[in-house]
Write a protein that binds this ligand. Structure first.
Ligand SMILES: [Zn+2]
Length: 231
């Protein structure tokens, strides 16, 4: 059941459930309250007032990040790991791409952002299929973890760069191909370490440190710059 609460800062959707505590979430620039069934509107309003500064900051920072998302139909270059490819856009009935050294030729029916990004998505997915698969298999072979890995999948996920299931299926967000190579290698180290350590506990981070010693810097880079890699 959807519910909305009016308070001094506007109107906010409230999602009630069996949860035990109240939480304020902001996703895609839209705030939402999650609350237990029994909490009164007065208490929710007080909760929001106490967090008004936090909420304003979160909304501002998400708006800034949205503005920093690339629009490659307006740019002369696009990143591919540590390379910078020169974009050559032209119109044609069929969407396609062709790479020739440091040039990337994109053909699309229209040269606006949705069409250009559609072709680019195919390009990055293809790069990811080669590079991420190869890197992951290499890691797994070097460590002798073949029996733990069951599958590698590529997806465009909303909030995550990678994921490893309890059954040994590793999933990557292919947009990571826009990041520098060391960042991609950190992601591969992170997900393959999950094959043996399905958690973020000390033994997991020890493994990551062994596989990719400077993971802290790279993790921070991804946290600070990840939003620039969204097509
Ligand atoms: Zn993890």
């Amino acid at each position: 059941m959807s519910e909305a609460l009016s308070w001094s800062g506007g109107t906010i959707p409230v999602r009630r459930s069996k949860r035990k505590t109240v939480a304020l979430h902001v996703r895609d620039g839209a705030p939402e309250l999650r609350a237990p069934w029994h909490v009164s509107d007065t208490d929710l309003k007080r909760f929001l007032s106490d967090r008004q500064d936090w909420l304003n900051r979160a909304l501002r920072s998400q708006a800034e990040k949205r503005e920093q998302k690339p629009d490659f139909s307006q740019q002369a270059h696009c990143p591919l790991m540590d390379e910078r490819l020169t974009l050559q856009l032209s119109r044609g009935a069929r969407s396609q791409w062709r790479r020739d050294q440091d040039r990337l030729y994109l053909v699309a029916p229209l040269l606006d952002k949705p069409h250009v990004h559609h072709v680019l998505a195919d390009f990055y997915k293809t790069q990811a299929r080669f590079y991420l698969t190869e890197k992951t298999l290499q890691r797994v072979h070097t460590e002798g973890w073949e029996n733990h890995l069951t599958d590698i999948r590529l997806r465009r996920t909303k909030t995550k760069w990678g994921h490893c299931t309890a059954t040994g299926r590793i999933q990557y967000n292919w947009q990571i191909m826009m990041a520098p190579e060391r960042i991609i290698d950190y992601l591969v180290a992170h997900e393959t370490a999950h094959l043996l350590h399905p958690h973020h506990g000390a033994s997991f981070w020890n493994e990551v440190t062994r596989l990719h010693p400077h993971w802290q810097d790279d993790r921070r880079w991804l946290h600070d710059n990840g939003h620039r890699l969204w097509l």
